[in-house]
Design a protein around this ligand. Structure first.
Ligand code: PAF
Length: 296
């Protein structure tokens, strides 16, 4: 298949390389507008992929958008002039809250949301490391997107495992819970995901999981605090050596996805009249950190 990958960061590169290794054609859209990008698992094995070529975008069989949640709208606007209305578009990012905008901007395309817990790390500009085995969940958010279940097999062949969800919201909420548990704390402590397994963090993580489970319950997601705690720590353990995406954002003084992760949770909590003081404290601490530097 002919794939266009939007975004050549850690997750986009992991998927681009996996799809290319599985025999698919990969073309990239990047913000830098270069005509080729060089990527590999090792710097000396990096290969050149075509980039930012409008005719390759128009001929794509699938577009995989792997940019941060706050760049999704601009990324989709950039695609609009050349995107064929039948081409499925998959949004894969941390956090929630972009689906409504995507549905408005692309009313004709099959639209899908995906979430992945694979750990990946940009080592140098051309080199990405697959730092933790995870899993990917995908499902459609409009009627034509819901018919694209063939993408499950295509993606699974490239980077397993992949699960297809007739209702993707539950998988997104579970991933949101994991990100609320792991990302702000590892960013503030500047530690690796695996460090959260230390006894020092257990009480705080228990409290976070209780708040998250109450909000999920109010949103119709049946999950206990114990389960939120257990599946989040399982991800922390599987990606123990990884620095979470928010950890890297804070480290490099970049804008984080906090508004789409803990911010989204707090927002939903408020609409149900649920107090989330532990999550709010992490949200405010990350916001304060962002204010202390010029966000790029
Ligand atoms: O944001 C991240 O870094 C990832 O979603 C995860 C799964 C927490 C692993 O680091």
């Amino acid at each position: 298949m002919r794939f266009t990958l939007v975004g050549a960061g850690a997750v986009g590169t992991l998927w681009g390389l996996s799809l290319a290794n599985a025999g698919h054609q990969v073309h990239w859209i990047t913000r830098q507008n270069e005509t080729a990008v060089f990527r590999g698992y090792e710097a000396d094995t990096a290969i050149a992929f075509p980039a930012n070529q409008r005719e390759l975008l128009a001929d794509s069989d699938c577009v995989l958008v792997c940019v941060k949640a706050f760049h999704v709208q601009t990324a989709l606007e950039t695609l609009l002039p050349d995107l064929h209305p039948d081409t499925p578009v998959v949004l894969m990012h941390n956090g929630m809250g972009t689906a409504e905008k995507a549905l408005k901007l692309l009313p004709h395309n099959p639209l899908l949301l995906a979430t992945t817990s694979h750990g990946s790390l940009v080592v140098t500009e051309t080199e990405v490391r697959h730092t933790g085995l995870g899993e990917t969940h995908i499902g459609g958010i409009n009627p034509s997107g819901k018919q694209c279940d063939f993408l499950k097999d295509v993606l699974e062949h490239a980077l397993p495992p992949v699960s297809w969800h007739p209702e993707i919201t539950s998988a997104l909420w579970r991933k949101l819970a994991v990100n609320c548990m792991i990302n702000p704390l590892t960013a503030l402590e500047q530690c690796q995901n695996g460090d959260l397994l230390s006894p020092v963090y257990q009480a705080q993580l228990q409290t976070l999981s209780q708040e998250i489970a109450s909000v999920m319950h109010a949103e119709g997601q049946e999950v206990s605090a114990k389960e939120v705690f257990a599946f989040s720590l399982a991800v922390a353990s599987a990606t123990a050596q990884n620095y979470s995406s928010m950890n890297r954002d804070v480290y490099f003084k970049r804008r984080s996805e906090i508004d789409y992760i803990t911010g989204y949770l707090i927002n939903r909590a408020e609409s149900h009249g649920i107090a989330t003081p532990a999550n709010r404290a992490l949200y405010l601490a990350i916001k304060e950190r962002e204010l202390s530097y010029d966000i790029t």
